[in-house]
Structure formats: C-alpha cells, structure tokens
Write a protein that binds this ligand. Structure first.
Ligand code: 4AD
Ligand code: MG
Length: 428
C-alpha cells in the first residue's frame, strides 16, 4: 500500500504489510551497519525515519533528492515516533546536487534568504508549516461561514469599478493575437478587482448573508512588510444589519473560530512557527508622545500607538470622518464632525487587519454622495439596489495574509504567501 508520511507516522503499530512511501530526503546519516534517512512529503512537519542496511548504495541518497522507499513499518526504538520504515528497497527518483541546492542540510535559513527562492523555499520546515497552516486556515474560514449560514459567492476578478476609489487599480489590456482596433476588449476600461464588496452587496440583496474569499489587487507603491500587490481577502456582507456592534461580533467570531480551528488542527506547525519566528521578532519603536488631530487618516504609526495605548490587544476603531472614507459608507449625520459608520480592527504588530462598516442604503443620501464624486453614471446599478427593496446592511474585509502574520508572528507579509507580488518583483 502507498502511504503518505503523515499516515505512516500515524500508524500505531508495526504491521506485516509492505508499504511504499515517496518523498524528499531531509537527512542522511550512516553508521557502521545501518543507514538512517528522514523522508518528508509535505503531508506533515515531521519526517519519517527510514532505516536501511548500510550495504545499500547510498551515494545518490543526498539531501533534497526524491525517493521511493518500500519496506515494512516496524516499532521504533526512538521515543519521538511510534514507527519507522525498515527499508527493503530505496529508489532514487531524482538526484539533488547538495552542493548547488540553495537549501542546506541542517541549516536554519533566515526567511529573507529563502525569499530569493520562491520555487524551492516550500521544501523547508518553516515554509512548509506556514503554507500548511495557510491551507488549514482557508478551510476553517469556509467552514465558519458555512456553519453560520453564509452563501459563498465567486466575485469577479476582472471588473470595471474601483470599489475603494483610491486609484490603486491595475488596468487590463488584451495582449497577444487579439487586435481590437480603437476599442479595448471590454469596451470599457477594465481592472483587476481591489475588493469584491460591491458585487457582494448585490448578492446580499438576495441571499442575506454572503461571503467571498479570493485574490484582490492593489497598485500601491508600498514596499512595507504588510502590503502586497496581490493579496487574498475574506469579505462578508450581511443584510438587515443596522449596528456596528452586530458587525463587530461577526468579525470577532470569524477571527476566533478560525484561529481555534488552526490551533487544534495543526499544533505542530504552529509550534514550529513560534519557535522559529518568535525569538527573532523585532520590537518596533515609535514616538510615544505622538498625538493626532481630528481629520487626518490613521497612518501605521498612529495605528501602533492606539494598539499600544489600549494594552497591546486588538482594538476596534469606529466612526471615521466622512471625508476619509469611500462613497458607500453610511452617513452618521452627527453634525460638524460628520462621520460615517466605518469600523477597522487594529491588531498588535500589524495595524489594520479588518476594514468594514455599514453601507449607505438610503437612496437620496447615496445619490448625493455619488454626484459629489461624479460617479452617478457609473453606479446606476448600485443606486438601483437602493430603489428595489433596499435594506440596512454592512460588511467587512479581512486581509488573509495579515491574519496569518497576526496569528503566527511573521514579521514580513511576503513570507505567508507562496508567491509574493510587490513593486519591482514578480518572480516566477
Ligand atoms: O480596508 P480595505 O481597503 O477594505 C475594503 O477593501 C473593503 N471594501 C472591504 C469590505 O468592506 N468588504 O481592505 C480590507 C483589508 C485591510 O484591512 C487589510 O487587512 C487588507 O485588506 N489589505 C491588504 N493586505 C495586504 N496588502 C495590501 N496592499 C492590502 N490592502 C488592504
Ligand atoms: Mg481600510
């Protein structure tokens, strides 16, 4: 029978049966009479110990090579695992020249070093753990929403609107054979989406509770440790919600449920992240006496100040000045300060993790806001939603990579996504 390393390690007892395990060599150690190998196939952090007769030709069994091992699972004398694989035969499938392989045996490479090798870094323990956790968290988020009665919507990646109105769009052009004289492919300018919110608002007008979880794109000229040009966002939109409190509750539940599931489903991987990352964590300094005036947008340093001021725990910030937020935010009608019902969640070490709020569901308010931004024409369909059975509603978006940074303590966002894209870099 063919077994994954994970399933082999889970076998409680030795068995007579002959098994086959495939993977990559993580360590080789030869003693007088026996040869020890560790084989990993990415199914778990732990590698399977393989014990072979030293008569076996081991020259090709180098660190990094791919192998197929056949043999018997036997009880292991080691305390660390129940079983080990007593090899009868080891086939090297692909050699690996350990001298030129950028990943070195037994070395703990810094994450910055590994970033140069997006095609190889997934074979290290640390990236293995981070990416398995990423996969687990993805499943946990889907199951949270499913259990809470949300309908999953595939919002489009190509769109003609700029939801956030921040001018951070990547514009699309047809390349290659297609020639569309004078007009472009779609007849209108088209962009990669910055947010699925407006499409979700359409859907919440039919399904009440909806969510989407996909890639979003921003042409932000930021080289920071928390910005990417392509990042994944979890967005939810809920009809018949008229208070920020209700929204914040859903945000909190999502965060807690996902984190609990990750912790219980991949404790070894989480543990490794803490061991690997926590000691090197930089503590950032900032001006303690920083004050800010009403009406300026919160910059990274302000966010850090707020979080610190509140005892280094996650902090909700609500009711931002209208002038700072996109056209869709609901007017609080609160006099000279003139705020909108926006909510952000700031977390230690990262800053903004969630952004959201109540949407302007009142036709005349929205019409006026759109007119002021000269957007009335483009957003006729959006105004329609306020004409045909409008309801109070709201939603939020959580940056998935920032979430992973937050729970794992990863300093740089480029280390929690398999293939990071940022200004001046689009490797692979
Ligand atoms: O605050 P943002 O811009 O909110 C929206 O796009 C809303 N339309 C979402 C909604 O209400 N449905 O982005 C939401 C979150 C941020 O809080 C942040 O975590 C993350 O997306 N984010 C980024 N993550 C990585 N790189 C970037 N360049 C990011 N920009 C935003
Ligand atoms: Mg925001």
């Amino acid at each position: 029978a063919k077994l994954s390393v994970r399933d082999a390690l889970r076998a409680q007892n030795a068995s007579e049966e002959r098994v086959k395990v495939q993977g990559w060599v993580r360590s080789v150690r030869s003693q007088k009479e026996v040869l020890f190998l560790h084989v990993n196939d990415g199914s778990s952090l732990e590698s399977l110990q393989v014990v072979a007769d030293s008569s076996l030709d081991s020259r090709k069994l180098t660190f990094g090579s791919s192998v197929e091992v056949q043999g018997q699972l036997v009880k292991s004398p080691s305390k660390r695992q129940n079983v080990e694989l007593k090899a009868e035969n080891i086939d090297v499938i692909g050699n690996c020249d350990a001298k030129t392989f950028p990943i070195r045996y037994k070395e703990r490479h810094p994450l910055e070093y590994l970033r140069q090798y997006p095609h190889l870094r997934c074979r290290t323990n640390i990236l293995g753990s981070i990416l398995r956790i990423r996969s687990e968290a993805t499943a946990a988020i889907h199951s949270f929403f499913k259990d809470s009665g949300f309908v999953h919507i595939h919002t489009p990646i190509i769109t003609s609107n700029d939801c956030e109105g921040a001018g951070e769009l990547f514009q699309l052009e047809a390349a290659g054979k297609i020639k569309v004289p004078e007009e472009n492919f779609f007849n209108v300018p088209a962009f990669l989406t910055v947010s699925g919110q407006l499409h979700l608002e359409v859907m919440s007008g039919a399904f009440t509770q909806v969510f989407t979880f996909g890639p979003t794109f921003r042409a932000e000229n930021s080289q920071s440790r928390r910005h990417l040009a392509e990042f994944y966002m979890i967005e939810a939109e809920i009809s018949f919600v008229d208070s920020l409190q209700d929204l914040m509750q859903v945000m909190e539940k999502l965060f807690k449920a996902t984190t609990m599931m990750v912790l219980s489903n991949c404790p070894e991987d989480v543990n490794l992240c803490y061991k690997f990352i926590a000691p090197g964590q930089k503590i950032r300094t900032y001006a303690e006496k920083q004050l800010f005036n009403w009406g300026i947008d919160l910059q990274t340093e302000h966010e850090k100040y707020l979080v610190k001021h509140c005892g280094n725990i996650p902090v909700f910030v609500i009711n931002y000045p209208l002038a700072l937020k996109p056209f869709y935010m609901r007017d609080n009608e609160d006099g000279p300060q003139h705020t909108v019902a926006a909510v952000d969640l700031l977390v230690p070490g990262i800053g903004e993790l969630f952004g959201g709020g109540l949407r302007e569901e009142r036709y005349h308010f929205l019409e006026e806001r759109l007119a002021r931004s000269r957007l009335t024409e483009v957003y006729q369909w959006y105004l329609d939603l306020r004409r045909f059975g409008s309801v109070p509603h709201g939603g939020f978006g959580m940056g998935f990579e920032r979430y992973l940074q937050c729970i794992l303590g990863v300093d740089n966002i480029k280390d929690v996504i398999p293939f990071p894209r940022f200004p001046h870099s689009c490797l692979l």
